[in-house]
Design a protein around this ligand. Structure first.
Ligand SMILES: [Mn+2]
Length: 609
């Protein structure tokens, strides 16, 4: 047998600095789990307890957020004077949940409140002029933005002209250079002349700019999601009005959902909001959220970061990607069960359209990369006419998975294109785009995800400049690498251990699903193919035997001595000794036909030397 080679470089962890045994006894947790927590920087019993069982009591009061006091006072004044308030949000899950959170809180307080969400393609990200015009037409006296607005100096100035007060609540970096918008608006041909005129304007300050990323912020945590900031504002208003605590607690489903979906670091307060959010989402009083859990097929399953990020969030995002985000907001706001069911079904349909668009573009983009030899460079830039802007970011993410290097997908429309990029750890995409900004009309974003706009004639120059910039990095940044948390004997991967690991949920940035490695596992019986191209096998070490699955790796069956065809004919194995594997995997529990068992999900494996 030729054996199996690993597809990734395995980075093994340093040996632990201290023994886990004493803490393991004190906390009544498996030693292997405590060992893992120590490696992740939870160094004492109190830290570990706070991580595994986060308490809402540890959430910070909103008091030290910048401008929270004037924002709170202005909202209360608007309620008292029956002024119309418009909540201006965004089209992703963070923006939609934040909008719903503010709208439902304000209307419960008796405010005259309406909302507005921008259209992804027609308006793009940010506080748009069209939104402001809508506010004027509707007679709004106060606008509260959510998840956007920090850098929209032009619209803020126009709102001031129109005599409307604006409270910005946001979590994006505040751009001082107009070209560094968090994402890019649609480019008009006269945009450049337009922009230079605006550059000379002083930034217009809103009435309040509630953003923990302000450089003068005294708030100790910068990484709240947009919905997290909205939650703090709601908290401040509710407590100023001495409202019952239950009204604040009733918002935890929305905050949890938006926080997990927005891929912010799940540390500090985000860890608490995400963790208690899992329970709050399951028990949500919102008919729309319950209906959505149902169409996603996860209504009666324990929620995880995975099920929220990959089953729930895409259905909410689908509205903004292929239709209008307003549909998702209506779903989360409705009190009517049958309307909720109708809207959830509609979102589910939109999600299917999104998927098929995405598959089509991914196939085309992959072919462009392969035919054009684009993967020979350390960065990939693909562009084509007719690609749907709403899904190019997801396609870029899939290309990164496949090619292990930063990828940018550009949807061309005539002479201009809008691009969306994703990156690998160790390569800050925003910094890279800044270095190549001479070739771009505009760009914005952060470390791992960014957007840009570019002219057709600048594409080749941009492609070369980015590749040249990437040449300054060490080779290993562009090699597929797995960072293994610990080498674990599978004898210790028992029920108690998996139960402890489940308490680490939800997984996300800075709280990744723990990755284990075990060496020299014996393959038991014959590996088999399941589904389309997945590989199912059993592995053993000592007396412990476990099921394992490797997604998309059924072609390795022949190298593991398993049946080669669906008819079950067995490959002629020339070796009589059992095949042994080194495996790199995550652990989970799976229930099948009422029986629950532990399963290893292999991220990579190789036959042992
Ligand atoms: Mn956000």
């Amino acid at each position: 047998m030729p054996g199996v080679k690993s597809t990734h470089r395995w980075r093994l962890p340093e040996p632990p600095e201290r023994a886990a045994s004493a803490l393991s006894r004190e906390l009544e947790l498996p030693e292997l789990a405590v060992d893992l927590l120590l490696r992740r920087g939870y160094s004492n019993a109190e830290d570990i307890r706070a991580f595994l069982d986060p308490s809402p009591a540890r959430l910070r009061k909103p008091d030290t957020l910048p401008d929270i006091v004037p924002a709170t006072e202005r909202i209360i004044a608007a309620i008292n004077h029956h002024e119309r308030i418009l909540v201006y949000g965004d089209y992703d899950v963070d923006g939609v949940t934040g909008t719903v959170l503010l709208v439902s809180t304000l209307s419960r307080l008796g405010a005259d409140v309406i909302y507005y969400l921008p259209h992804r393609e027609a308006e793009g990200y940010g506080f748009s002029m069209k939104g402001l015009e809508f506010a004027v037409a509707q007679g709004a006296r106060l606008i509260v933005t959510n998840d956007c607005g920090s850098s929209d100096h032009e619209t803020l100035a126009a709102a001031r002209e129109a005599g409307i007060d604006v409270i910005v609540t946001d979590h994006h970096e505040i751009a001082t250079d107009r070209r560094q918008k968090p994402e890019v608006r649609s480019q008009k041909s006269e945009a450049s002349a337009d922009q230079s005129a605006i550059c000379n304007l002083q930034p217009a300050m809103p009435l309040a700019l509630v953003n923990p990323k302000r450089t003068d912020s005294k708030y100790p945590f910068r990484e709240l999601a947009g919905v997290g900031v909205a939650f703090k504002l709601a908290w401040s208003v509710l407590s100023a009005l001495d409202r019952p605590r239950e009204e604040l607690i009733a918002l935890l489903d929305l905050v949890g959902l938006g926080t997990i979906a927005d891929v912010v670091p799940l540390t500090d307060e985000n860890r608490i909001l995400a963790r208690i959010g899992l329970t709050a989402i399951r028990r949500s009083p919102r008919p729309g959220l319950r209906a959505l859990l149902k169409v996603a097929g996860i209504a009666d399953k324990p929620l995880t970061g995975y099920s929220i990020g990959l089953m729930l969030a895409p259905r909410i995002n689908a509205a903004g990607r292929v239709g209008h985000a307003e549909l998702a907001a209506r779903l989360l706001l409705t009190q009517d069960e049958s309307e909720a069911a109708t809207l959830a079904a509609e979102l589910d349909g939109m999600n299917r359209s999104r998927q098929s668009l995405e598959e089509k573009i991914l196939t085309q983009a992959t072919r462009l990369v392969e035919v054009g030899g684009l993967a020979e460079r350390r960065t990939i830039v693909v562009a084509a006419e007719g690609w749907h802007e709403g899904v190019i970011g997801i396609v870029a993410a899939k290309l990164v998975d496949r090619f292990s290097r930063p990828c940018i997908v550009v949807a061309m429309k005539g002479d201009n294109g809008k691009g969306s990029g994703r990156s690998v750890s160790g390569f800050n995409l925003h910094t890279a785009l800044a270095a190549c900004s001479g070739h771009l009309l505009a760009f914005g974003g952060h470390k791992y995800a960014a957007g840009l706009s570019i002219t057709r004639e600048n594409l080749p120059g941009f492609r070369s400049a980015l590749a040249e910039y990437a040449d300054g990095f060490p080779e290993e940044v562009f090699e597929p690498t797995l960072h293994i948390d610990m080498v674990a004997p599978i004898e210790q991967i028992d029920d108690a251990f998996v139960t402890a690991i489940e308490k680490f949920e939800p997984f996300g940035p800075e709280n990744a699903a723990p990755l284990f490695a075990s060496l020299g596992l014996e393959v038991v019986g014959y590996p088999r193919k399941v589904g389309n191209n997945h590989l199912k096998l059993e592995v053993r070490a000592g007396k412990r035997k476990l099921e394992a699955i490797a997604w998309g790796r059924s072609s390795e069956i022949i190298n593991l001595g398993g049946p080669v065809s669906a008819s079950g004919s067995i490959s002629a194995s020339t070796s009589t000794s059992p095949v042994t594997l080194d495996a790199c995997y995550t652990v989970s529990r799976r229930t099948w036909n009422g029986r629950t068992s532990t399963q290893l999900t292999l991220r990579d494996f190789r036959t042992s030397e």
